[in-house]
Ligand binder design. Structure first.
Ligand code: AMP
Length: 395
């Protein structure tokens, strides 16, 4: 690491600006790392990916890659010494080894942000303690009477493992005796949270950036439609009253400040019929529901992440046009049983004058695996959604 060009103080930490030309280390080598690497390289940075598996989407487009486990302190130390700042694109990284990184180089967001957000119990307790209205929940320790705790919460509810859950993995909705028995059989030996099932009006998310200089900016609120717990469509601007959008942004900015994040933070929310905003989840990294920014915003979330962790001025977050983002899962390939017999119809998206296709270079499509996404811009969010649904059906 070289000497800092410019030093300043934020909270109790000293940070420095990392000018273009320096090397950014990224923990995690998936599609978020790949899109981050594209944005960083455009600003003149070099990227060094640290990722256990070889041949991932991010390593393929980066200058340097290390393939070692996240628990290998020696390899993490060598990696830390080879870069000027470190960030992450994935939160299921053990937080403890990250101390080894912080001994040598700035890590953004700080490892304790990762530690809070990677465990549902810690995250929800943090939200509750700071009055940020999480979805009502109860905690259950491994070996506690899960069935009794579920009955106490009342049906319907959602049982989620405390650790390592995403995209609906590690969660079961309990609406009757059969699903209760399934949840008990699956989770009785694990720490869990039980949430009230929220019959929400819609799901929303806000991606906010906070730079190491303390500057903050929120991207427009996205309205999200999930299918089988995986994000299917993000619609921007969200079709909600302006006061609700403003309240969601204010809440997101308050959370990013309180959590002392440097980098990006995505806040997933449920909007109830009564107009309440309940926090479902936090993710301290670029977020799937922010991919629309690549094609319909003055600055993409990935560029903003680069700017935030390097202490550059944050970019303009103006929306250029109403937009819908659609995830492309492995399901879009033609399957016969377990065998792939054909590619998706890329022509349909490529031929559309207002659609943009993004593929992540993953070699092996699988059902439920995120392989890419596309966006469609239009005069209104409603017409963009219509066009997106039509293109998805033709894929
Ligand atoms: P998660 O992995 O916790 O973000 O959950 C994935 C998706 O499952 C969410 O985006 C919601 O669509 C749904 N979901 C999760 N928790 C709840 C809940 N308590 N009430 C209703 N739907 C939920």
């Amino acid at each position: 690491m070289t000497a800092c060009a410019l030093n300043f103080q934020l909270s109790t930490l000293n940070f420095c600006m990392i000018p273009p030309g320096k090397t950014i280390g990224v923990l995690g080598g998936g599609q978020l790392g790949r899109m981050f690497a594209h944005a960083a390289e455009r600003l003149g940075y070099r990227i060094h990916i640290y990722e256990p598996e070889a041949n991932g989407p991010a390593g393929e487009v980066s200058a340097l890659e290390t393939n070692r486990p996240y628990t290998d302190i020696e390899a993490l130390t060598t990696f830390a010494k080879s870069v000027d700042v470190v960030t992450y694109e994935f939160e299921n990284i053990p937080a403890e080894p990250l101390w080894a990184i912080e001994k040598h180089v700035q890590l953004h967001p700080h490892w304790n942000v990762l530690e809070t957000c990677q465990n549902r119990m810690r995250e929800k307790n943090w939200l509750r303690k700071n009055n940020f209205s999480p979805v009502p929940f109860a905690e259950v320790e491994a070996g506690d009477d899960l069935a009794a705790a579920i009955r106490k919460m009342g049906l319907p509810c959602v049982v989620k493992t405390a650790d390592f859950g995403y995209d609906g993995k590690g969660q079961i909705k309990v609406a009757d005796d059969a699903s209760l028995a399934k949840a008990v059989a699956s989770f009785a030996k694990q720490r869990c949270v039980i949430e009230k099932f929220i019959d929400f009006k819609c799901e929303l998310s806000v991606v906010v950036a906070r730079s190491s200089t303390g500057e903050v900016k929120a991207f427009s609120v996205a309205e999200n439609i999930h299918t089988k717990h995986i994000l299917d469509f993000s619609i921007v601007p969200a079709r909600i009253p302006a006061e609700t959008a403003a309240a969601a942004e204010t809440l997101a900015l308050a959370i990013v400040e309180k959590l002392n994040v440097v980098g990006l933070l995505a806040i997933e929310l449920f909007l109830t019929d009564r107009g309440e905003l309940l926090v479902n989840e936090l993710a301290p990294r670029p977020h799937n529901s922010g991919h629309w920014t690549l094609d319909a915003c003055a600055t993409s979330q990935f560029e903003q992440h680069v700017r935030a962790v390097c202490g550059l001025p944050l970019g303009d977050v103006s929306v250029i046009a109403p937009v819908v983002m659609v995830n492309i899962l492995g399901d879009a390939w033609k399957w016969q049983g377990n065998v792939i017999t054909g590619e998706p119809n890329w022509q349909a998206v490529l031929a559309h004058p207002r659609a943009k296709l993004h593929l992540y270079g993953k070699k092996e499509p699988r059902i439920g695996r995120k392989m890419g996404h596309f966006t469609v811009t239009a005069a209104t969010p409603g017409t963009a959604l219509e066009a997106a649904r039509e293109l998805k059906a033709r894929l």
